[in-house]
Ligand binder design. Structure first.
Ligand code: GTP
Length: 616
């Protein structure tokens, strides 16, 4: 396919508005076999949770007016935590399908994604989905698109991705309204690498767009622009259908596809690669290229990861697993850390709580690595005399108050789109988290865009779930960093039978600490399985670490998990259990115990602590 017959586009939308269903329908109409729902959501975590977390490329052929066109489609995630993944994918495209569920209208992520596409100068095709639903309101949704993004009514397409109605028209519009890729002026080969993953034999798959004027062939040698240290030799090159298909004729100018290298060296995701010729080195100076506008991602939630205590010696293997996953999810930041309780580990930064949960699950699913994950935390700042200002994230780094001029925390701008009747419950949820109302603006038919300011640390634990619940699923939200403000910080610890649980130690604001401590003890006690003995779970608040005992303070919020009363009447029947059954029972008990950790004589299932954070 020559460049003028290629169209590169992404499907963007708010979560659950139907991107993956539309991608399935497009694949089907273009002659691909779609044997199951959501063909492009291949990860276990995507299938389990029913959400897309990774962008996927699929190339299809479509015929308009007797001419064949190659459409390279990138299906993107919808949840706010994966917006950086969306941004990277869009840099490889010339246009987007902006999908809006006509029964729900424009939502917070519709707005965020539209502005990313708009800033990159991409052609936008508005697609109103789910018109088969009885409560779909096409006119109202078109009005919102017109009012908010200046989109004309006649530009909007109405479809049902579920039934396929209107989808062929979408394909025709892609060909008509999205411009073909324009190669940049460079003498050698040039590739834009927007994603990567680990391939076979620890090699690497790089997802790329050929942005130069010559085909990319097996055997070509490339280096990341302005960084000649890492010369790569291309093994296979080809396209994604979405399964990788090597093509000996290579990847033609304008096409999106992949190339594999034998060895995974340093990360090149997010970089322009140029052929082994000096001429290409000034490529990234061209400010008009979309990838130059790709902003760095900034983590907003941190957690420490340690190999499970049974695997303490396996830190190297653990680091390798994390590195492989980061190659595929470069928004995650990583630094080495260590803890007296868990030994060596990694402190990882994520774009949100869901991002953290998905990463932990992928680590377990893909690499069979059992991990301990500490409480999610965010960055705080200390203004001290010496050294002046620095950031910290974990209780272990907490600086006692008498060495500090001021503690500071980040405030965020919270934008919520919701029907007006939910405004009191949203305000309550915001105020309970020390936030306050700023402004509101009507977008028609009883829906408003509300703005609030809220401390960032108050939004990292299940805030999404709370807002969804408070607005019966009708509210959607976006967070943006505002500024640092003074804060009164303390350390909150949870103990079981007087033993501190290291994963549950966190820095929090003085005014939130008690309520959070009470909630943690209650939920934690309820999550624990039946115990053999009585036990005490307590919360403690400290402003100063105690030299002898670490971060302790007087205990409050004491709870006890359920426990068995001792059975004094051993049944005779038990004695008659034959040997085989007894052995089976002992084996099952051993397996059950292996899945538990003992803290202060109490059995704690491995996933109890992770589950706890999705409840509070
Ligand atoms: P994320 O990847 O998690 O952001 O979701 P998504 O935007 O890919 O949405 P998905 O395709 O998973 O669809 C969400 C739900 O809407 C699924 O239950 C679909 O079956 C349903 N759905 C999608 N399109 C239509 C449609 O045209 N009509 C109806 N009635 N339901 C649809």
């Amino acid at each position: 396919f020559p460049e003028e017959k290629i169209r590169n586009f992404s499907i963007i939308a708010h979560v659950d508005h139907g991107k993956s269903t539309l991608a399935d329908r497009i694949l089907q109409i273009c002659g691909h076999e779609v044997d199951r729902k959501q063909t492009l959501d291949t990860l276990d975590v995507e299938r389990e949770r029913g959400i897309t977390v990774k962008s996927v490329v699929a190339s299809v052929k479509h015929t308009v007016g007797g001419e064949d066109f190659l459409l390279n489609l990138i299906d993107t995630p919808g949840h706010v935590d994966f917006s950086w993944e969306v941004q990277r994918s869009l840099t490889a495209c010339e246009g987007v399908l902006l999908v809006v569920d006509a029964s729900q209208g424009v939502q917070a992520q519709t707005m965020a994604n539209f502005y990313v596409a708009f800033e990159l100068g991409l052609a936008v095709i508005p697609v109103l989905n789910k018109v088969d639903l009885p409560h779909a309101d096409v006119d109202k949704t078109m009005m919102e698109l017109n009012q908010m993004f200046d989109i004309e009514f006649e530009e909007c397409l109405s479809i049902s991705a579920k039934s396929g109605k209107g989808v062929t028209e979408v394909l025709d519009q892609i060909v008509r309204n999205i411009p073909p890729p324009k190669p940049i002026d460079v003498s050698g080969g040039a590739l834009w690498c927007f994603d990567a993953s680990v391939g076979g034999h620890s090699g690497r798959i790089n997802y790329v767009k050929n942005i130069g004027r010559v085909p990319i062939l097996p055997g070509d040698r490339f280096f990341p622009c302005n960084d000649k240290s890492d010369l790569m030799s291309i093994k296979d090159v080809g396209r994604c259908f979405p399964d990788l298909q090597a093509d000996p004729e290579g990847l033609l100018p304008g096409q999106i596809g992949y190339f594999s290298t034998l060895k995974a060296k340093s990360r090149v995701t997010g970089k322009v690669l140029v052929t082994d010729e000096k001429s290409g080195a000034k490529l990234t100076e061209d400010k008009s290229l979309p990838f130059n506008q790709l902003k760095n991602s900034t983590p907003s939630v941190y957690a420490s990861f340690f190999p499970h205590t049974d695997n303490k010696g396996r830190i190297k293997e653990f680091e390798k697993s994390v590195d492989s996953l980061i190659l595929n999810d470069p928004a995650v930041t990583s630094t080495r850390t260590s803890s007296p309780a868990f030994g060596s580990g990694l402190r990882l930064g994520f774009l949100g709580q869901l991002h953290l949960e998905v990463f932990s699950q992928r680590l377990r699913d893909d690499f069979e690595t059992d991990v301990i994950v500490t409480s999610p935390s965010t960055s705080f700042r200390v203004d001290a005399d010496d050294p002046s200002v620095f950031e910290f994230e974990v209780a272990e780094e907490f600086v006692p108050k008498n060495f500090v001029k001021e503690y500071q925390e980040m405030y965020s701008l919270l934008t919520v789109i919701s029907p007006v009747e939910y405004s009191p419950v949203i305000l309550k949820a915001v105020e309970e988290r020390r936030g306050s109302y700023l402004s509101s603006e009507e977008i028609g038919d009883g829906r408003l865009i509300f703005k609030y300011e809220i401390p960032h640390s108050e939004t990292i634990r299940n805030f999404h779930g709370v807002l969804k619940g408070a607005t019966s699923g009708f509210g959607s939200f976006e967070l943006e960093e505002l500024d640092w403000r003074p804060a009164e910080l303390v350390v909150l610890s949870i103990s079981i039978n007087s033993k501190i649980v290291p994963e549950l130690q966190m820095i929090t604001h003085k005014h939130s600490a008690e309520a959070l401590g009470r909630k943690l003890t209650k939920e934690f006690a309820d999550l624990l399985p039946m115990q053999d003995h009585k036990a005490a779970i307590c919360a403690h608040i400290t402003a100063e670490p105690d030299r002898q005992r670490g971060f302790w303070g007087s205990a409050f919020g004491t709870k006890s998990p359920n426990f068995k009363r001792e059975d004094t009447t051993r049944s005779k029947a038990n004695k008659k259990i034959d040997l085989q059954r007894r052995q089976k029972k002992i084996k099952a008990e051993k397996e059950r115990l292996e899945k538990l950790r003992q803290i202060g004589n109490v059995k704690v299932p491995k996933d109890a602590i992770t589950s706890l954070f999705s409840l509070i």
